[in-house]
Write a protein that binds this ligand. Sequence first.
Ligand code: PEP
Ligand code: MN
Length: 359
Amino acid sequence: MSENELEQLRRRIDELNEQILDVISERASLVQKIGEIKKQNGAPPYDPIRERAILDRIVEKNQGPFNTETLQHLFKEIFKASLNLQEDDRRKGLLVSRKRKLEDTIIDINGETIGDGKQRLIAGPCAVESYEQTRSVAEQVKKHGVKFLRGGAFKPRTSPYDFQGLGVEGLKILRQVGDEFQLSVISEIMSANDLDAAEQYIDIIQIGARNMQNFELLKAVGSSNKPVLLKRGLSATIDEYMKAAEYVFTSGNENIILCERGIRTFEKATRNTLDISAVPILKQETHLPVFVDVTHATGRRDLLIPTARAALAIGADGVMVEVHPDPSVALSDSAQQMDFQQFDAFIDAIKPYGLYTQA
Ligand code: PEP
Ligand code: MN
């Protein structure tokens, strides 16, 4: 083969490469258009029957030199890339996504704002155990100029034999104490049946990690006019988490606070693994405020200060912690709640890192 002939063949290959690029790009644009139509019709992007039919047709037309398996493999790669394009477009389409709304969502709760750059604290006992216990914690919360009091009334416990919470009675106590100290109150519900009571007694409805993908519950709180704090699921990816928030949003409730609370990994040194980089990712990808629950993320009192500092430094809109008058006798999470002295030290340690409090 002469030098000249090789040159010519290579030039022809270059031309063909360009043609393949043109054709493959045109195909991608068509796939995007099809994706749009499917979205409007509510159809899923992946259609295995159609994919099988295309592959069969290609195999039928094949005259070599590639064998069937090689051709199928090549085309499957093209299908995969096309499907990714459609999924990217869908993700762009999420209403909670920053691509759909550039400005930060700012949530007003009784005149206090969340998501406006002031880094807030939500503090309170793991569970509302009694009026006296909740009141004594609220007093400490108030003393430090913190405006949000938490307390579980419906407790998601791993064992059915463990304390399940006081139920609606707990919500009433929280409301009474909140009113006494002018604090906004937040509590979890686990069932849509408790939504009416939640709307009557509390200011922010929490959806716990175990219910992040309880889609009926998400739709129910989506129909409420109370802000929702949605915890990240124990093993939820960021994509799944955003889609869970989308359920609340598309059901009509745009006041959503996200809360990273640690995810399950192989690591045993902490109760969960705090995925700190989820904070800037969620801040970039969504327009919603993002909190970090350092108590449940670590399960360790000695790690609350460093992780809360990290959360504030990385740009979280706030931090959540648990405080109890006497953690050793707490009915839940006794190993990780702070007593009042520890809470004082915690506040002192994180204030210089940007925590916003009011006198
Ligand atoms: C809680 O905040 O009371 C709680 C149970 O947290 P999580 O759902 O994150 O486990
Ligand atoms: Mn707890």
